[in-house]
Design a protein around this ligand. Structure first.
Ligand SMILES: Nc1ncnc2c1ncn2[C@@H]1O[C@H](COP(=O)(O)OP(=O)(O)O)[C@@H](O)[C@H]1O
Ligand SMILES: [Mg+2]
Length: 344
């Protein structure tokens, strides 16, 4: 049985609609109006124990709402969801014992308490047996080098130190799933790398299943081989990281160098390629041109052939989009999704 299973999972939020001002407020009191916001729109998601999955998409796509339904703090409007055989919102406490959650921008530590007191309290809340608590604490303390931090109140920790302590806190009860929401946000490169190494190890050695939300491509590539993309509440892609280049990376650019600056080169190339491509001068050098095209509509060979027939081409180079660029476009909401005609 898969560890996480969601079928047609949907969340609609109901929001009050108020007109501005006092008149609007009074009107709303007399006749409240609501509109519905479809945050998660019928997703199917299956994650096996031990997997490490990146869950990415633009702001407002529905990532956090999905995670909240998996943790049980948000009740789905319809559809099915199970984590470790439990329906999370119906068995919140039992589900909580099975999961760890880390939010990059929030802490689960008590601000004024020394870290070890917070960890102790969390152990009590989760009712972790004394011997297991001791073992887990020793292990995370060693792996994350927390010893010098244990007597410090959370408010005195740097962001990176705080994140290490939060990771420790999320693992003390020995959960089988770890939800990480932007765990490296705001950290410097060295600390990020260290956090990644730790998460990787927890996934590989303890077989903790990881569901990660991150804008950081190094996090995604370093930790996950499977990528799930969500956009407007729907899953737009679910598969190996490497496959997204084939699915979404349709845009190609050919850079060409002419023997010499060619007046009207852009016009000639544009004319030769008609509707196939967009041509521009690679500033600041007038003898370099860039030709942008959609690989679903033309091949690089065909474009190059036409160009060499009309211009004195000295050299050319094809740029394929990087996964980084695709993910950046995805986050910026610029990616064209399947129903809008991505290459098959
Ligand atoms: N508690 C809520 N009440 C009303 N709308 C919400 C609530 N939580 C999230 N939303 C809306 O649902 C959509 C998805 O939000 P969220 O899951 O937080 O996206 P993400 O984490 O991908 O940025 C957004 O349009 C957001 O405004
Ligand atoms: Mg979010």
């Amino acid at each position: 049985m898969p560890l996480i299973e969601a079928h047609d999972l949907t969340k609609r939020f109901r929001l009050p609609v108020k007109s501005p001002g006092l008149a609007g407020a009074v009107k709303h009191l007399l006749r409240p109006r609501h509109e519905e916001k479809l945050a998660v729109d019928g997703i199917d998601l299956t994650i096996e124990a031990g997997e490490s999955v990146a869950y990415v998409g633009p702001n407002g796509a529905g990532k956090s709402t999905t995670v909240k339904m998996l943790t049980g703090i948000v009740v789905p409007s319809s559809g099915k969801v199970r984590v470790g055989g439990l329906v999370p919102h119906k068995r919140r406490i039992e589900n909580a014992r099975n999961i760890g959650v880390v939010f990059g921008q929030r802490t689960q530590l008590w601000w004024d308490l020394p870290v070890q007191e917070s960890l102790r309290l969390l152990g009590d809340i989760y009712e972790v047996p004394e011997d297991r608590f001791g073992r887990n604490l020793r292990e995370v303390t060693e792996l994350l080098e927390l010893e010098p931090l244990l007597r410090t109140p959370a408010r005195q920790l740097s962001l990176g130190q705080r994140m290490r302590c939060d990771l420790a806190a999320s693992l003390l009860h020995g959960p089988s799933v770890l939800y990480l929401d932007e765990p490296t946000i705001g950290l410097d490169v060295a600390v990020k790398e260290r956090i990644r190494q730790f998460i990787k190890r927890v996934n590989a050695e303890r077989e903790v299943t990881v569901l990660l939300t991150s804008h950081d491509l190094a996090d995604i590539e370093g930790l996950c081989s499977r990528l799930v993309m969500i956009d407007k509440g729907r899953i737009a892609f679910d598969g190996p990281l490497q496959e997204i280049r084939e699915r979404f990376g349709r845009e190609r650019v050919i850079h060409l160098i002419l023997h010499e600056a060619h007046p009207g080169g852009v016009a000639i190339a544009t004319d030769a390629l008609r509707d196939l491509a967009t041509v521009a001068i690679d500033q600041p050098e007038p003898h370099r041109l860039s030709v942008q095209f959609d690989s679903a509509h033309a091949t690089a060979g065909a474009i190059a052939g036409r160009l060499m027939g009309v211009l004195p081409v000295n050299d050319l180079r094809l740029d394929e989009p990087s996964i980084e660029r695709i993910i950046r476009q995805l986050y910026e909401g610029e990616l064209r999704f399947a129903e809008e005609g991505a290459a098959p």
